[in-house]
Design a protein. Sequence first.
Length: 154
Amino acid sequence: MQLEQMYQQVIMDHYKHPHGKGLRDPFDVEVHHVNPTCGDEITLRVKLGGSGEAVAVEDVSFEGQGCSISQASASVMFDQVEGTSLTEALRANEEFSALMQSAVQDQELDEELLGDAIAFSGVAQYPARIKCALLAWMAFKDAASQALAKEQTS
C-alpha cells in the first residue's frame, strides 16, 4: 500500500469513527467556527485544568458537520490535544498549521507530536481544502485562549 493510500485510509477511519465527537459537560468554553467557503462547521468545547505551567487540556469535545477532511481533522485534533499539557497541545496546533501551509518539509515534521495528523500532509496541495483541515484546530486554539483568559480573570 502506498503512503498516500495509507494516509487516505487514516482520514476515512477518523471520519467514519470520530474520536471526541459529542459535546460533553463540564466545559470552560464553547466556540462555534464556520468555514464560509464550503459551509463546514464545528462547535467545540474545552475544559482546562491546573494552573500556571501545569495547565492541561482535561477534555475536548465537538459536534460538527462538513466534509470528511474537516470532520476527520477534528477527530485527529482530539487525539493530539486531549489529556496533554496546554503547551504541548498548542505546539501540536502550530505544527499542524505549518504542515497545512507547507512551511515544513517532511523531514522537519515532528511525527510523534502530529500523530495521525501527518496523514493530512497531502491536503496542503489543495488550497481549497486547507481551511477544512484547519477548522477544528483553529477552533481549539480559540477556545483554549478564551479558557485561559477566563481562568486568569477569575
